[in-house]
Design a protein around this ligand. Structure first.
Ligand SMILES: Nc1c(N[C@@H]2O[C@H](COP(=O)(O)O)[C@@H](O)[C@H]2O)[nH]c(=O)[nH]c1=O
Length: 159
């Protein structure tokens, strides 16, 4: 059965980028995946000065609001890199926090969908026709971690 998630306080809320699971990437700690993702929009852009404010935002909602401000200039390659940026952060989240890693692995091979009513790229949108890129990232991270877990088990057994 397809697994739908969206808000942190709803079922499978730990799949949301707003969930309180911090990540360390290239020596910097980010309070949530959302903080990291929103900040990456401005790396190398003339509006990169906003990055510390996004990093220090007290909540992921505030980080998202800063990153979504339409008067700021995004890095020019954002559309090309954003899915890879998201994948790296989501992979780090589920490698770092074992309790939610198990929740992800225990979803088996079910389809995972971000049930966002207004996001047709990361989510499925109101009418469920969206691209669901975040769900796809989560399923691909699930596969990658499964492979890592089996390699680790084999290594422990034979080496
Ligand atoms: N979970 C969740 C949202 N969805 C998240 O918003 C991000 C996309 O942002 P942008 O690229 O700026 O449109 C991405 O992490 C997506 O998963 N949005 C919300 O306003 N509230 C929420 O609880």
């Amino acid at each position: 059965m397809t697994i739908y998630f969206y808000k942190v306080w709803q079922p499978y809320g730990c799949f949301s980028n707003f969930s309180p699971h911090g990540i360390q990437i290239q020596g910097t700690y980010w309070a949530t995946v959302e903080h990291y993702y929103q900040a990456q929009k401005f790396v190398g852009s003339i509006d990169a000065v906003i990055i510390p404010a996004i990093h220090n935002a007290p909540t992921p909602e505030e980080a998202a609001a800063l990153g979504r401000c339409s008067s700021r200039q995004l890095r020019c390659d954002w559309d090309i890199v954003k899915t890879q940026v998201m994948r790296e952060a989501v992979l780090k989240k589920f490698l770092t926090h074992t309790e939610i890693r198990d929740i992800l692995l225990n979803t088996g091979n079910e389809i995972i969908v971000e049930d966002s009513p207004n996001d047709y790229f990361w989510g499925c949108g109101k009418n469920k026709t969206g691209q669901n890129q975040l769900g796809k990232v989560l399923m691909s991270v699930r596969e990658e971690i499964r492979k890592l877990v089996s390699v680790t088990a084999l290594t422990e057994k034979y080496l």
